[in-house]
Design a binder for this molecule. Structure first.
Ligand SMILES: Nc1ncnc2c1ncn2[C@@H]1O[C@H](COP(=O)(O)OP(=O)(O)OP(=O)(O)O)[C@@H](O)[C@H]1O
Length: 303
């Protein structure tokens, strides 16, 4: 499949802060590609370099065959960038915003199709400030896609939305992809990455930790764990077991991440049998992307 974005050894520093450290990845035509990471990981900086808003301090970036920092005008005709809701005038009505933004592009826009697709018909006469967060996000999505861009950049598209509105937003993003746009989005909602993205780049402290499908990332052996509930099991005992990488405990709920689940399970059962400790809801399970991040944070803290 054709690459629409190619990033090689991309770096960006702000003074002594290295926001992005030697990132390399490709985005393929037609995919929903997620850049994931905790706050301050370097997601926005990476997106802004791809959009041509920031210049890299090192490395090579190609977007739709163009160099964003040098060919911004050509790039802007072919990409869409979702603005923050705060950048739209509060008193502007939805239809006025759509008409104004339509004048920015040469040729026909897909305004009417977007009004139907995003169900904006009943909100056209409503002022932007009177819309709920979910509707504001729909409008900024429409404004970014009026010119049917080949590539659409979304920075935290469902930030602050309730679970229902977030799912609706995912449906709309999928529809835009199905209409032909490649989507690159940033998120720190790991569920969004798992359910919406075809592939994700995981960034932590400006470094790329992995690029893969969410499913493949989760097949990483370190993300498998043993879960159980118990009043008697000692957290410190679990940490002494040979293959255990990391243990999470919340009230009486344990998650034991291990390189060898079978052997660790055998050790836990033996210990509980000897000590007369009861285990409940024992299971082997696969961690989420959230768990993977917790592990990276722990590694970072312990060096
Ligand atoms: N203009 C700037 N000047 C100085 N430092 C900056 C600037 N922009 C970003 N940084 C720093 O670069 C690092 C990465 O920031 P960035 O906004 O890209 O992260 P992020 O992953 O998008 O975080 P968030 O999810 O909180 O938005 C942070 O340490 C941030 O403080």
């Amino acid at each position: 499949m054709e690459d629409v974005i190619s990033v090689m050894n991309l770096s960006k520093s702000f003074g002594s802060t290295q926001a992005v450290k030697s990132l390399s990845f490709q985005v393929k035509k037609g995919e929903i590609f997620g850049i994931i990471g905790p706050n301050g990981a370097g997601k926005t900086t990476t997106l802004e370099i791809l959009e041509g808003i920031q210049k890299p301090t090192g490395g090579e970036v190609e977007v739709l065959g163009l160099v964003p920092s040098r060919q911004l005008r050509e790039l802007n005709n072919r990409i869409g960038v979702q603005f923050q809701a705060t950048s739209i005038q509060k008193k502007m009505k939805v239809k006025e915003a759509l008409d104004l933004f339509s004048t920015f592009y040469k040729g026909d826009t897909q305004k009417d199709e977007l009004i139907a697709l995003l169900d904006l018909g009943e909100k056209l006469d409503v002022c932007f400030e009177d819309l709920s967060g979910g509707w504001k996000q729909r409008v900024t999505l429409a404004l970014a896609t009026l010119h049917q861009p080949e590539l659409l950049f979304l920075d935290e598209p469902s930030m602050g939305l309730d679970p229902h509105a977030r799912r609706e937003m995912w449906g709309m993003i999928r529809s835009l992809r199905d209409k032909g746009s490649t989507i690159v989005l940033s998120t720190h909602y790991m569920e969004e990455a798992e359910k919406l993205c075809d592939r994700v780049a995981m960034i932590y402290s400006g470094e790329l930790k992995a690029v893969n499908t969410p499913d493949e990332l989760l097949n990483d052996v370190a993300t498998h764990y043993i879960g159980f509930e118990s009043e008697g099991v000692s957290y410190d005992f679990l940490l002494t077991l040979r293959d255990v990488a990391h243990v999470e405990k919340e009230d009486h709920h344990f998650k034991v991440f291990s390189e060898d689940l079978q052997h660790t399970a055998y050790q836990i059962f033996t210990y509980c049998h000897q000590e007369g400790i009861v285990l409940r809801n024992f299971k082997f399970d696969r961690g989420s992307l959230d768990d993977l991040f917790v592990q990276y944070s722990e590694k970072e803290k312990t060096g």
